[in-house]
Design a protein around this ligand. Structure first.
Ligand code: SF4
Length: 318
């Protein structure tokens, strides 16, 4: 299995009136081709910014984004437009991300028209093929987004993302705006398409039940930083970072014999603007000690493929 994406010490800071907002702050990870990395965390943790920076939709402040070994922050414009075909995004809300004045056909065809080099017949065939792949009936080809339900609208978003035959897709909360019954259909569709086409996903969500279902590995983010990353099964079996423990304790377990105590976090969320030195989670962490407010913990591999950012993880594990 080969590494399709490697991110090294990626940072994205935004200038704000009173300083610098550290939206993504020193994130590093790798993804193998054909796998899914789930990225989870509360709103404002930087996960959506991370997705956009990786696709180079917004510039990074520093760090490297190596796609098949090539740093996409340093490629020429023509190389980048070629890479854009391979790297796509599916947005959260299919209603606001689709142009209400464009039909299903126009929406799916548009990336091919922008990329250029395709005949009208090729575009027509590809749109039909994509509608079939995502399970959209041919009768909807001239429909507008408002004439379709949420599930069908998201299928258009997926078809549009797939039309240029990408290899890597950032899925930014792709099912959060959908009813629970439709979420499962769309997730299954995404898994089927991944298997058929060998796609690699970064799946961004705040919903841990969804991420468990779809991901090989899970990365937990807190205030712009990765605090834990592990294979999905390992993370759900044993969380090592105090923040992940609290997040997973809030996921309902469908088993009446298994009671899980919910960990309620006390203390204030620190600000990502001009962050203070030390661990970003210190103000809410039940295990915090003096050093936590002074020294930022490094990410360490505590068990094979299980990475944690915490000074005292070994103590917490006991
Ligand atoms: Fe808690 Fe300290 Fe670990 Fe941060 S470094 S998670 S404050 S114990």
């Amino acid at each position: 299995m080969s590494t399709i994406l490697e991110v090294k010490d990626l940072k994205k800071y935004f200038k704000v009136p009173n300083g610098s907002l550290h939206a993504v702050d020193g994130v590093s990870f790798q993804i193998e081709q054909g796998k899914t990395l789930g990225v989870v965390g509360e709103s404002g943790c930087g996960k959506s910014t991370l997705g956009r920076v990786i696709l180079h939709l917004i510039d990074n402040t520093s760090g490297q984004i190596l796609y098949n070994g090539e740093d996409i922050t340093r490629v020429s414009r023509s190389q980048l437009s070629q890479l854009r075909k391979e790297m796509q995004i599916i947005f959260q809300d299919p209603f606001s991300s689709l142009n209400p004045r464009m039909t299903v056909y126009q929406t799916i065809a548009e990336p091919m028209q922008i990329a250029g080099g395709y005949s009208k017949t090729q575009i027509q065939q590809r749109v039909e093929e994509m509608m079939d792949t995502v399970g959209l009936a041919a009768r909807f080809v001239n429909a507008y987004p408002h004439e379709l339900d949420g599930g069908r609208r998201q299928r258009i978003g997926i078809a549009r993302a797939l039309v240029l035959n990408p290899k890597f897709i950032v899925c930014d909360e792709p099912v959060s705006a959908l009813d629970v019954s439709i979420q499962a259909q769309v997730l299954n569709l995404m898994l089927d398409i991944q298997e058929q086409l060998g796609l690699t996903y970064i799946f961004i969500t705040h919903d841990l039940s969804v991420v468990k279902y779809i991901s090989n590995d899970i990365m937990v983010m807190y205030l712009g930083q990765m605090v834990e990353k592990a294979p999905s099964e390992d993370l759900f079996a044993a969380q090592l970072h105090p923040y992940t423990k609290a997040l997973i304790s809030a996921v309902p377990i469908p088993d009446i014999d298994h009671k899980q105590e919910r960990i309620l976090l006390k203390g204030e969320l620190s600000s990502p603007i001009n962050p203070k030195p030390g661990c970003r989670f210190a103000a809410r962490c039940p295990y915090a000690k003096e050093v936590c407010a002074k020294e930022e913990p490094e990410v360490r591999e505590i068990q094979p493929s299980h990475f944690v950012r915490c000074h005292f993880v070994e103590e917490i594990m006991q």
